[in-house]
Structures are given as structure tokens and as C-alpha cells.
Design a protein. Structure first.
Lengths: 100, 606
């Protein structure tokens, strides 16, 4: 039972590191990797909570996150391929056409 | 109700149905179909009216046909009811008879024009609206017909809408008559609020019972209603639309001046005469208004060079005669003049139309001339109509009706009104003689190129008959109207001297015009005065149209709209602020997201 705060701290660290990566990085590929870190942090938090309350829901949610992030990664990679062909770079700051 | 009168509703319904069908199919049908349908509906109405007229003469007495109850709002529950009595029978006969002849004439006159179907749809609607007006038993239904007639006149005057001047003339007709319609509506509301009904028999009965003659209420109501009549019948302050209405096709003018529209005002006063009888000052006002209109329009007609404008001003002056007769209470004389005027004015316009078409759309009297051989139908038709308008003694119908009016004026109106009317009669004879001499006699100027067919000649020939002969109908006419109007013909045994003078008036006018045009040598062409614009148009332009336009310009940027526009400006400002945040930088969006989440988390945790 005492492991829960440690695991939750680790999960929070993963989320914060991932968020920082999203904000700091300009390359789309690294931003995607950072987003994956955030996902894993969230998943870890679910696992810890499930273990803490002795409920299977945490594991169910983790499996859901796993599949969703898999789908997301596949879509994002495909988009990135198109973007790279179109812009010749993966720098997000170059992609500013969707604005008012 | 006996058998024929059951079909009364068909009289206005047939032309109305024709109008609807033509409005829908007019673009697709060939001209012959359109003309046949339009003529057939009006002809059927005329036949029905004739059957009902024979039935009425056999057994006089008003027939009322209640079709349905229109609506009920508190005390107000007008019925859609038709009423056939002597007065409406005369009007129906004139409208359907002349309406049919004008339809037949138009089918040839308008041949090949763009919008043939549109023309006949509106012409049918015009006849239907006028029939509703004269058959209505309820003032509200009468008003519906009244406004429909105004609408149709607008549509037909502006028929050749590609020329902006025609559109302006049409708008002028609509606005000028509307200026009279507003007081009319107020008068209707006043009648309803003080008498509690809009059905005319009830209304007139209650007015006679509860209103003492000469008090404020009947005078106000009668004056308000009179303004509507003044606008529709083109009397003095509101008369300027009628000469401008010449922008429309000539058969439309014939219909407008003879059978429909301008007769509506005279009809309204004749129909509500018991109410006007309670307001002697209003009657005196109408009589003098008619007198001034008569003189002024006669003088205008004397100096026009456009044949249609001469006829237009002559209509204004003849309506002045009718208003004078109404003003002294001689309803029968006024209605008889309306009846006779309808025939000879339609004849004059149709004959003028034949001449205009024969000369290739030439309307200037000075460029016509020599029409006896080249357009005999127009020549003899115009001669007969002109003789009736000038009131040539005994051989024309106009003589009898004008004699009736002059006799009534002598008996009831006093010397001054009679003298004005007499001068007006001289003027009438003078201006139509002048128009005839310049336009139809003399040497040909414009070559005759246009062709006119039997469909134009037949109506002219048919109209010559009543134009010359209808005068002998005066005694039965008086008997027909007596129960409806409550007024009988003035006794015919008037003083000998005024009758003789009245008979001499047209001869004097003709002689005057003849002498004025022929005293100079034949080699020198007569110098002709020409007045296109009248002082009234300038007056209205300077004192009504100008200030109104200036006011409109001042209000163009709409100061009252500013508070409402402030809301729009605020929304625009907020849009600018918010849209600045959408700059397309993905990482900034993410930053805002994270910051927002952090703030929310902080709020939740504390």
C-alpha cells in the first residue's frame, strides 16, 4: 500500500516531462514522443489507483489508453509523412496556415 | 331571391378566375388563346349582368347575396355579401359592357407586345376588382375592391415598365390616390366605431337615426370619405395623376377613364349619399371643388397638344360636372352623366387609339391631320364621341346628361354654381372642337402606316350607338335609380331661359374654337399654345416632394439606428480580440491548454 504515492509521483513526473517536451520541442516527431509520455503517465496513474482500491477498472482504462494511443500514433505518423512531403520539414512553427 | 340573382357571385368571379389563369399560364399560351379567354370571361360576366338586369327590371328590389362571413373580431364581423340594386346594376352594366369592348379592342391593339398575357391578366383583374367594388354590400369589401382597382391601375399604367418615365407615372397614380385613401380608411374606422357596423344598409340607417344633420360627427366622417373619392376621381388637389396616367396603353386609358377607377369616387358618394346628406357643408365643398376642377381642367385641355392628354383633362373636367351634381344632391343626374360619359369617353379613347395606331404611334395633334379618308373609323368615332362630350343638342347623349346637371344646379345650387358650370360647358365644347380640328381635319402630316383590324373597329362602331342615343334613356334611368339613391330626377320643367342658354353653350364653344383656329389665313399654321407641366406638379415638387426628399436624405444614415448599431460594433470588437488569439501556432495553443489545466488543478486542490 505504501508504494502508491511513489508510483503516483512517478506518473506525475512522466506527465510533466511529457508536457514540457510538447511545449519545448519544435519537431513534430519529438512532440509525438512527448505526448506518448503523457499517455503513459496517465496509464500508470490508473494502474496505481486500481491497485490502491483493488478494482479492475484501472487496468481496463490502461488497456483503453493503450489502444487509443496506438490508433493516435498511427494517424499522427501518417499525417506527419504527408506534412513532411508538403513542407519539407517537421517544424511546427512553419505550419501556420490554419489561422484567422 | 329569385333564380338569376343566385349567380350574382359569378359576375366578379369569372374575370377574377380569368386573371388567375392568365397570370399562371400567360407566358406559355399563344396570343389567340389569351385573348379568347380574357374576352370570354368578361363577355360571360356581361351576359350574366344582362340576364340579371332584365330580371331586376321585371321585379325591382335590391337583391343581396351573402357569400360567407369574412371574419369576426369583437363587434366587427363584416360579411362578404354582394348587393344588386339600381345603382350597382348601372355600374355593372357599364363595367362589363365597356370592359368587354376594351378587351376585344386590346386583343388587336396589343398584338405582338411583350407581356401580352400579363396585360390581359391585369385587365381581367381590373374588371373583377371594379365589380367587387360596385357590388359590395359591406364597406370593408368595397374597400378591398377600391384598393385592388388602385393596384391594377398602377400595374397597367406602368405596363411598359422598361421606360422609367412610365414607372414614375404609375407610382404617381398610386401615391396620389393613396393620399386620398388614408383619410378614407380613417373615415371607415370612424363610421365603424361610432355606428358599430360596416354593412352599408345598416350603417346608413343608423346614421340617419342617430346623427342629427349638420353636426360634427357626420361632417367629419363625410369629409374623410370625400377625400378618398377626390383622390380616386381625380378632383382638384389630387388630380395630377390622371394626365400622367396617359403613359399606359391607350385601351387602358379607355377602361380607366370610362368604366373603372375614376368612376369609383363618384360611385362611393352616390352610394353613401344619405350619409353625405347629413353633412351639408361637405356637399357644398364638393360642389365648389367640382366647379373649380371643371374650369381648371377645361383650361388645361384647351392647351394640350397630345391627343391623350386632351382626353385626360376632359375626364377630369367631366368628373367635375359629376361632383357638382353630387354636391347639390342630384345623385341621379351625376350617375346619368357618369353612364353617358363612360360611353363617349371610351369611344373617344378607342377612336384616338385607332388613329394613333394608324399613324404609327403618333400622338401629337399637330402631326396628325387629314384622317377622314385615311382612318375613317377613328374619324367618325371621334366625331360622335366629341359631339357627345361637347353636348351637341338632341343628337348626342351628352346633351341630355349635361342638361340634367345644369337644371339641377339651377334649381338647387344657385346662380353662381350654374354660371361656372355653364362656362365649363362652353370650355368643354371649345377644347374638344379644337382637338378635332387640329388632329383630324386639315392636311395629312404623318403618313398612315399602321394597320387596324375589325377587332378595333367593332368596339368603336358599337360605342357610337349609346354615345349618340343613350340620352333618351334618362327617364327610365331615373326610375331605376330612385329607390337606391332616394333622390329623383329634378323636374324637367325648368325655367326656359337657363335651358336655352345651356343648349346654346356647346354651340358657342364650337363656334369659338372654330373662329379662333380659322381667323388667320390658311397659309400660316395656327400658333398653338402648349402647356405640358401644370403649376400643381411644380407646387407638389417644391413643397411636398422636395422637403420629403431632404428629410429622407437627412435620415439616410439613420440616427435612430445608432444604439442598435452599437451592439453590432461591440460584437465586431470582441471578434477582433478573440480572433487575434487564433494565430496558427500550435505550441501556443498547447501552452494555453496546459496553463488552463494547471489553474483548474490548483483551484480543485485548494
Amino acid at each position: 500500500m505504501t508504494a502508491t504515492p511513489v508510483v503516483l509521483t512517478l506518473a506525475a513526473a512522466l506527465i510533466v516531462i511529457g508536457m514540457a517536451g510538447v511545449l519545448a520541442r519544435r519537431n513534430l516527431m519529438f512532440m509525438l514522443v512527448s505526448v506518448e509520455l503523457v499517455f503513459n503517465g496517465a496509464g500508470l496513474a490508473f494502474i496505481a489507483a486500481g491497485a490502491h482500491w483493488a478494482q479492475p477498472d484501472g487496468q481496463v482504462m490502461f488497456l483503453l489508453i493503450l489502444s487509443v494511443s496506438g490508433a493516435e500514433t498511427a494517424t499522427a505518423l501518417a499525417l506527419m509523412l504527408r506534412l513532411e512531403r508538403h513542407y519539407g520539414t517537421l517544424d511546427v512553427d512553419a505550419m501556420r496556415q490554419l489561422r484567422d | 331571391m329569385d333564380e338569376p340573382a343566385v349567380l350574382l357571385w359569378l359576375v366578379p368571379a369569372l374575370p377574377l378566375a380569368g386573371a388567375l389563369v392568365l397570370a399562371l399560364m400567360g407566358r406559355r399560351w399563344p396570343e389567340t388563346w389569351i385573348a379568347r379567354l380574357a374576352c370570354a370571361t368578361v363577355a360571360a360576366s356581361a351576359v350574366l349582368a344582362a340576364i340579371m338586369g332584365a330580371d331586376y327590371l321585371a321585379a325591382p328590389g335590391a337583391r343581396v347575396q351573402v357569400l360567407w362571413s369574412w371574419f369576426t373580431a369583437g363587434e366587427l364581423s363584416p360579411a362578404v355579401a354582394l348587393r344588386l340594386d339600381g345603382l350597382s346594376l348601372v355600374m355593372v352594366a357599364v363595367i362589363t359592357g365597356i370592359g368587354f369592348l376594351v378587351h376585344l379592342y386590346s386583343s388587336a391593339y396589343m398584338a405582338g407586345e411583350e407581356g401580352y398575357g400579363r396585360y390581359f391578366a391585369w385587365l381581367n383583374l381590373f374588371v373583377a376588382a371594379m365589380l367587387v367594388l360596385v357590388l359590395a354590400d359591406d364597406l370593408l369589401l368595397l374597400f378591398v375592391g377600391w384598393e385592388l382597382v388602385g393596384l391594377c391601375s398602377y400595374l397597367l399604367i406602368g405596363f411598359w415598365y422598361r421606360d422609367p418615365a412610365n414607372g414614375a407615372a404609375a407610382r404617381k397614380a398610386l401615391i396620389m390616390t393613396m393620399a386620398g385613401d388614408v383619410p378614407l380608411v380613417i373615415g371607415l374606422l370612424l363610421l365603424f366605431s361610432s355606428l358599430g357596423s360596416t354593412a352599408m344598409p345598416t350603417l346608413l340607417g343608423q346614421a340617419a337615426e342617430s346623427w342629427p344633420p349638420g353636426t360634427a360627427l357626420p361632417i367629419t366622417a363625410a369629409l374623410l370619405l370625400a377625400f378618398g373619392a377626390i383622390g380616386k376621381s381625380a378632383q382638384l388637389p389630387l388630380h395630377t395623376w390622371l394626365p400622367s396616367a396617359m403613359a399606359g396603353p391607350t385601351p387602358v386609358s379607355a377602361l380607366l377613364h370610362a368604366a373603372t377607377m375614376v368612376t369609383a369616387g363618384v360611385y362611393l358618394i352616390a352610394r353613401l349619399h344619405p350619409l353625405f346628406a347629413l353633412a351639408p357643408p361637405v356637399l357644398a365643398f364638393l360642389a365648389w371643388l367640382g366647379a373649380i376642377t371643371l374650369l381648371l381642367a377645361g383650361l388645361h385641355a384647351l392647351v394640350q397638344n397630345d391627343i391623350k392628354r386632351v382626353l385626360a383633362w376632359s375626364t377630369v373636367s367631366q368628373l367635375g360636372f359629376m361632383f357638382m351634381a353630387l354636391g347639390v344632391g342630384a345623385v341621379t343626374a351625376a350617375m346619368f352623366h357618369l353612364f353617358v360619359h363612360a360611353f363617349f369617353k371610351a369611344l373617344l379613347f378607342l377612336a384616338a387609339g385607332v388613329a394613333i395606331l394608324a399613324l404609327g404611334h403618333e400622338q401629337d395633334l399637330r402631326r396628325m391631320g387629314g384622317l377622314q379618308q385615311r382612318a375613317p373609323w377613328a374619324f367618325w368615332g371621334f366625331l360622335a364621341g366629341g359631339a357627345s362630350l361637347a353636348a351637341v343638342p338632341f343628337i348626342s347623349a351628352g346633351f341630355f346628361s349635361k342638361e340634367l346637371i345644369l337644371a339641377a344646379l339651377w334649381q338647387r345650387g344657385g346662380g353662381a354654381l350654374w354660371a361656372v358650370a355653364w362656362v365649363g360647358a362652353v370650355l368643354t365644347a371649345a377644347y374638344i372642337t379644337r382637338a378635332f380640328i387640329i388632329g383630324f381635319l386639315g392636311a395629312p402630316v404623318t403618313p398612315a402606316t399602321g394597320a387596324t383590324g375589325w377587332r378595333m373597329h367593332l368596339p368603336v362602331a358599337l360605342l357610337v350607338l349609346p354615345t349618340l342615343g343613350a340620352g333618351w334613356l334618362a327617364p327610365p334611368f331615373g326610375a331605376l335609380l330612385a329607390p337606391a339613391s332616394g333622390a329623383t330626377l329634378p323636374a324637367t320643367e325648368t325655367a326656359f331661359l337657363p335651358a336655352l342658354l345651356a343648349a346654346l353653350a356647346p354651340l358657342l364653344g364650337i363656334a369659338f374654337a372654330w373662329y379662333a383656329l380659322h381667323r388667320r389665313p390658311a397659309s400660316a399654321p395656327p400658333r398653338l399654345a402648349s402647356v405640358q407641366d401644370t403649376g400643381f406638379d411644380r407646387f407638389y415638387g417644391a413643397w411636398v416632394r422636395g422637403p420629403y426628399r431632404r428629410l429622407a436624405q437627412r435620415l439616410a444614415d439613420d440616427p435612430f439606428d445608432r444604439p442598435f448599431m452599437a451592439a453590432a460594433h461591440l460584437a465586431h470588437f470582441l471578434w477582433q480580440v478573440l480572433s487575434a488569439t487564433q494565430d496558427g501556432r500550435l505550441r501556443r495553443y498547447a501552452l494555453v491548454l496546459v496553463a488552463g489545466t494547471a489553474v483548474l488543478l490548483a483551484m480543485v486542490m485548494t
